[in-house]
Every structure is written in C-alpha cells, then in structure tokens.
Design a protein around this ligand. Structure first.
Ligand code: ZN
Length: 194
C-alpha cells in the first residue's frame, strides 16, 4: 500500500479509559464534528467487536456512526483513500501491535488519527498495543467512569465473572468500573464473583 501525503501536519489522538468511561462516546463526538466541518473520514474497528452492530461504532448510550470492520491492523491502510482527512479507530486495544505502525503511517501522511480503547485489561495491566499508541500520540485523553462502590472517578474495569479470556467483550453485567482503592480491595478478596 502507498499513502498519498496531503501536505498537512498529521497527528494522533488517543481517547482511553475503563469500561463505561465514555471512550466511544467521545470518539463519536469528535467524528461528528469532523463531519460537520465537511472533512472526509473513515472509522474502523476490529472484527472481534460485534456486540451491537457489524458496521457501526455504537456507544453504550446508543449513539452511532458508520464503521468498517477489519481483521488486521494493516488492512486499514488498504481501505484509506487519498481524500480521507481523518481516520477513527474504535476498540483499538483489540488490534495487533501493527496498529502502532499503521497509525504512524496515517499521521505521517498528513492525516488526523483518532483512536479509542481500553487502556487496561480487567487485571489492571496495560492492554495490548495501548502503551505503544499512548507513547506516539500527540494528544492523550483519559476519560473516567464512576466507581460503582464509592462513586469516585474510576479507571479500572473489574470483571464480575470468572472467565480468564482477556478478549471477553464487555456488557454491563460482566464488568464494573472501579477506582484504584475499590479495585484493589475486590481483587484481593476475589470471592464476590458470580
Ligand atoms: Zn471506589
């Protein structure tokens, strides 16, 4: 693939946080403003996320934009057209490490790249390619949920089930946003899982 440079200065924005922090909502908000500004854009998401819709990025509050589902990060480069000014990626934590190079190539070609994803997995560890993306981004926004135990700001996604599959997709009944203190309390007890 070859990306035509549009002579603009490209840059990368990362929107990250826990489950229910409003990451996708924020991505949709930014893309809608791109739309209002009359710029060309495309939004991608990894194939694994089909929780509401196969071809839309949908937030928990049911706000939505059209998206293109791709298998691998490099597939994005084949689908970007010369006239696309802005590229959005949702659930970016589920992509392979190549997403870091893909975002770099897109920004180097003069495009604005907006990615949204979980910064940590349910054990509190950095999620997949997120550390790399956070390092290369010009702009990082960490959005917060509300801790379900104490109502502080939350940035951990506590899993309520026993499954150890990292790529389990989140619904309200499976995850609970918690602050650091409450996450650590529940992780150290661990017996209140269903
Ligand atoms: Zn708390």
């Amino acid at each position: 693939m070859f990306l035509e440079s549009n002579n603009n200065t490209g840059y990368i924005e990362v929107v990250c946080g826990s489950m229910f922090s409003g990451k996708t909502e924020e991505l949709i908000r930014r893309i809608k403003r791109v739309q209002i500004a009359g710029q060309q854009f495309k939004v991608f998401k990894p194939k694994i996320d089909n929780r509401y819709s196969d071809d839309k990025v949908v937030s928990h509050s049911k706000n939505e934009i059209h998206s293109i589902v791709v298998d691998k990060a490099v597939d994005i480069l084949d689908l970007v057209d010369d006239e696309d000014d802005v590229i959005g990626v949702d659930e970016v934590q589920f992509f392979d490490e190549a997403i870091v190079a893909v975002c770099t190539a897109l920004a180097d070609s003069g495009r604005r790249v907006i990615v949204a994803g979980l910064d940590m997995d349910y054990t509190g560890q950095p999620f997949g390619p997120m550390p790399g993306l956070l390092s290369i981004a010009e702009y990082v926004t960490k959005v917060k949920a509300i801790c379900m135990d104490c109502s502080s700001l939350a940035n951990f996604s506590y899993r309520l089930t026993d499954s150890e599959e990292v790529v389990m997709l989140g619904e309200t009944k499976e995850y609970m946003p918690l602050c650091r203190k409450c996450f650590n309390i529940r992780m150290s007890h661990g017996f209140d899982k269903e």
